[in-house]
Write a protein that binds this ligand. Structure first.
Ligand SMILES: *Cc1c(COP(=O)(O)O)cnc(C)c1O
Length: 444
């Protein structure tokens, strides 16, 4: 048998499809005479909706914020994951954006799911996902949710302290347990190790107790923090996990799975993945299963939001006579811009529609260094509700105009509130710029 034939036999079908995807990807958007590029699809969807809204006559709510979600982008991120981390099976972190179409696409693509509550587990199970494809990755769980997980056959769950082990012993002794260790998350945007993760000097005690209680520890998990920027955090965490794998042997556990958590971002993904691949090859022999829990990586860039300018205040600076404006949008920090508060994000406004014209994806949409100065505010009565302190555009923006913000898929809609009576139920218009995604979802 020639080496290439052997390779064909051992390479999984999914890998072949990934290779094929990247071979074809140059031509894959160019359909229908090139009108299906991701930007064109998103732009057309934004335009169609905004064109049909006249704020002089519309009903309350008609001019509400809305999203356009490109499910093709989720599909591309999945292919990119498989190309760069072929050993790591992704379990999408549902909390990041529980959008039903995103969950549906990912379930069709065969990912697993990281859930942290009964409602998240229920949502995923309702899609017909097998309970084995779910990890209940919350180290401090609610009793009744643990009973629910047990009833549904969701066995995989994390723990990081002795109290939780007693809880699991009582409520679900057959669970498959992952010991979550803490990591150095000092370089990440959202630090999680303050709240979760067993310190390395406590893992021995936890393994001993698990053995004494007759529990089933099957793996180790960690999370380097959301938006981690130091790839070496992964290296250190995998090393630490290795030493817990070795410790566990002494307590009669033969661990078979490592969960490398989430924290991946699109901007640094290749760099992070290279370090992680290297760490896994060094410390984790090939019979060890590797899973991950990416959240923002999958959805951040897939969602664009359009916001309506509901009011404007004109400011004239006494010193210079320069005129600037405060713009009030129908969405803000208590709404879909909750990511500014909770996720340390800085969404950038672009001009969608002003003076009867659309500017989506044009140079004129973007911030300019010498234009008119604006500050951008949300609709609530709270002064903290500010989206941008200062941004300049070469347009005079006024009530009734529209702005858009890209990269609004992660920790936005899901953490919005209804404070001050503003809605948290906003429409999502779905497009799919990848034929593969359209086929899986039965979209045209
Ligand atoms: C939030 C969270 C994730 C996802 O984090 P991202 O930064 O969105 O990738 C994964 N695992 C756990 C346990 C989490 O709490």
């Amino acid at each position: 048998m020639s080496p290439s034939a052997i390779e064909t036999l051992v390479s999984t079908p999914s890998l072949t499809s990934v290779d094929q995807y990247f071979e074809n990807s140059k031509s894959s958007y160019i359909e229908n005479n090139g009108v299906n590029t991701p930007k064109q699809l998103i732009g057309n969807a934004l335009k169609e909706r905004v064109q049909n809204i006249d704020h002089d006559v519309c009903e309350p709510g008609d001019e509400d914020t809305f999203f356009v979600a490109d499910l093709g982008e989720v599909y591309r991120q999945h292919m990119r994951w498989k190309k760069n981390l072929p050993r790591v099976k992704p379990f999408y972190a549902v909390k990041c954006n529980p959008d039903p179409q995103v969950i549906r696409l990912l379930s069709e693509l065969g990912t697993g799911f990281d859930c942290a509550s009964k409602a998240e587990i229920e949502q995923v199970l309702k899609m017909g996902v097998d309970p084995n494809r779910i990890i209940y990755a919350q180290p401090c769980k609610t009793n009744s949710y643990v009973r629910y997980a047990a009833n549904q056959g969701v066995k995989q769950m994390t723990f990081d302290n002795t109290d939780e082990l007693y809880k699991i012993k009582k409520l679900f002794p057959g669970a498959e347990l992952f010991l979550r260790i803490s990591t150095d998350d000092s370089s990440s945007l959202c630090r999680l190790s303050l709240k979760f993760g067993a310190a390395m000097d406590t893992t021995e005690e936890l393994l001993a107790l698990a053995q004494k209680l007759g529990l089933n520890v099957v793996g180790v998990s960690f999370h380097v923090g959301s938006g981690a920027s130091d790839p070496l955090a992964f290296m250190q965490a995998v090393q630490d996990a290795r030493s817990v794998f070795d410790q566990a042997e002494n307590y009669g556990f033969s661990l078979h799975t490592l969960d490398v958590g989430g924290g991946f971002t699109s901007e640094t993904f290749e760099q992070m993945a290279a370090v992680l691949r290297n760490a896994l090859d060094t410390y984790m022999p090939s019979h060890i299963n590797i899973i991950g829990e990416p959240g923002r990586y999958y959805v951040s860039s897939a969602f664009t939001i359009a916001c309506h300018i509901i009011a404007r205040r004109t400011i004239t600076l006494p010193e210079t006579g320069e005129t600037s404006y405060m713009l009030y949008l129908n969405d803000g920090l208590y709404g879909n811009f909750s990511s500014i508060m909770f996720d340390h994000q800085n969404p950038i406004a672009q001009v969608l529609h002003t003076n009867e014209r659309f500017h989506f994806d044009k140079a004129s949409a973007q911030e300019s260094s010498d234009g008119t100065e604006y500050s951008i505010w949300g609709p609530t009565c709270d002064g903290i509700d500010r989206i941008a302190e200062s941004i300049r555009f070469n347009h005079t923006l006024d009530m009734g105009d529209w702005l858009y913000f890209e990269d609004m898929g992660a920790y936005t809609k899901c953490s919005a509130t209804r404070f001050n009576g503003f809605s948290d139920a906003h429409d999502v218009i779905y497009v799919a710029s990848e034929p593969g995604a359209r086929a899986l979802l039965g979209m045209k």
